[in-house]
Design a protein around this ligand. Sequence first.
Ligand SMILES: [Zn+2]
Length: 300
Amino acid sequence: MLSASTVSSRATRAALSIDVEDWFHTENLKSAISRDEWASCEFRVERNTMRMLEILDARDSRATFFVLGWVAEQCPRLVRAIAAAGHEVASHGYGHDLIYSLSPSEFRADILRSKQHLEDLTGRQIHGYRAPCFSITEWAIPILREAGFTYDSSVFPTLAHDRYGRLDGVEAGKPVVLLPCGLYEVCISCVRLGKRGIPWGGGGYFRLIPYALWRQGIRVILRSGSPYVFYTHPWEIDPDQPRIHGIKNSNAFRQHVNLSRCESRFTALVRDFSSVPLYDLIEDQRLRPTFNNHESWMCQ
Ligand SMILES: [Zn+2]
């Protein structure tokens, strides 16, 4: 087993992140649950997120929580609890719309509404942003920079998913990239296969692949000298979430596969690997002598 001390050096860090949204916000259920119906859905995100905070606290691990603005408005005490526990609060936007479904002005309004509300709640600057379903597009990057974000974490450099967006020059094997406009990009981890990678950063893949094999993959990534970047959602540790009928089988599979196994796997991940927030990862990379301004940086 890979011990926490083995992976806690500055050069080989694990960074865990949690996208704080509820079960009914997902793209999988969008065809069945409209925005107008969100307020009448069973609200489960607070309890599930508090459980994740307990798991992290038990190992003295810290993570980044990308909070959806709509959730922050409904549950401000949850945002304050995340910040009070020493974690990084970041933005998952406000309304969970795919970026490429919005106009640039609609996107700007969405991120500013979320960022301002989170800063008011925490009293801290919000540095990070993650797009719903990793739907990042090139035109969104300068808007994020203008809005005052330090980094984006919305690229999952794999070909394995139809909804994921792309950025020029960002690929598997370059986990932290300084983009020309000055915004940092922090990629979700993959096991490298050419310029793309096998998804090894969380979500449904984490629920599908046996944990012992998953841990081996993390070990391969860390041994390469690259940090490991993971994501999950509070609803993924909630096997009792309501089941919605009438959605496509592929979406039902993505939403529900192996939910009952996720909490124990997340607990094992937190046990086996020490974790820092994503912003700390950027600070580490800034200190590296090989990280030059306006150059892509690749872990060796
Ligand atoms: Zn999301």
